[in-house]
Write a protein that binds this ligand. Structure first.
Ligand SMILES: [Zn+2]
Length: 253
């Protein structure tokens, strides 16, 4: 069954999931419950009405301010909701089957949460990556485009490479990056996971250079690698096969 007709539904589901991911990004690193209490204004503590909690739309209706106290609401909330809506719609556009689409949604949602938490807290929570490795491997038995062997090889390849990088470089990357890499291998299979790692290194290099040249970061400031891994993994999920076939046809003589 083609998944392209699901694009509008996918965008709505993505916005709602993005709203939940905002809660995960704020609460998971603090070890707070993800279901209770209900969302509150972080300035005045007023509980949000359900109609003030509608993804993207409420932010626009309230013009980015709390209804009770007028404090500014971070633009990151609607940004995460909009981003997740776009990613979910793109997955519906690109997935070859319903099973692939559902697995892609699961993986993309985890990537958004992981990138958000790493940007804000400079940590990649095991609570997401360790179950992610298991779930990525198990979903390869659902008949998706990634076979269980591809998945297993992906876990070993990316986990192994990143462990080697840590040992050889003596730091610069952490255990969280290794577990995220293994999770990417589990969901993407080894070919697309290696492509994602390659893209992450290139993207991370460009951004690091740009930050150094503009003086936003100094040479010794740490730049988390997780968001680059997550971004590259999302690109590989959506367009990896196109990039690989382009690459193989360009370099085969
Ligand atoms: Zn308030």
């Amino acid at each position: 069954m083609p998944t392209q007709p699901l694009i509008p539904v996918a965008a709505v589901i993505g916005a709602v999931i993005g709203s939940f991911l905002n809660v995960v990004i704020v609460r998971l690193p603090r070890n707070e419950s993800l279901v209770a209490p209900r969302s509150r204004c972080r300035a005045c503590g007023t509980e949000l009405y359900w109609f003030d909690n509608i993804p993207v739309l409420s932010f626009l209706a309230l013009r980015g301010c709390c209804r009770a106290c007028g404090a500014a609401i971070s633009w990151r909330y609607p940004a995460i909701e909009g981003l997740t809506a776009l990613l979910f719609a793109a997955a519906a556009w690109r997935s070859p089957s319903i099973a692939d689409l559902l697995v892609a949604w699961l993986f993309l949602a985890a990537l958004v949460a992981i990138a958000g938490i790493d940007l804000e807290h400079q940590l990649i929570p095991d609570h997401l990556t360790l179950p992610g490795i298991v779930v990525g491997f198990l979903t390869s038995f659902l008949g998706t485009r990634v076979s269980w062997l591809d998945s297993l090889l992906g876990i070993l390849a990316l986990g192994g490479i990143l462990v080697a990088v840590i040992i050889l470089s003596g730091g610069g990357m952490g255990g969280g990056d290794v577990k995220l890499g293994a999770m990417m291998g589990a969901f993407l299979g080894y070919k697309l996971a290696l492509l994602a790692l390659f893209l992450a290194v290139i993207l991370g290099g460009f951004v690091a250079l740009a930050l150094l040249f503009t003086g936003i970061r100094r040479r010794k400031d740490p730049i988390p690698f997780g968001p680059f891994l997550a971004t590259a993994a999302a690109v590989a999920t959506l367009w990896g096969e196109i990039i690989l076939s382009w690459y193989l046809s360009a370099f085969s003589f």
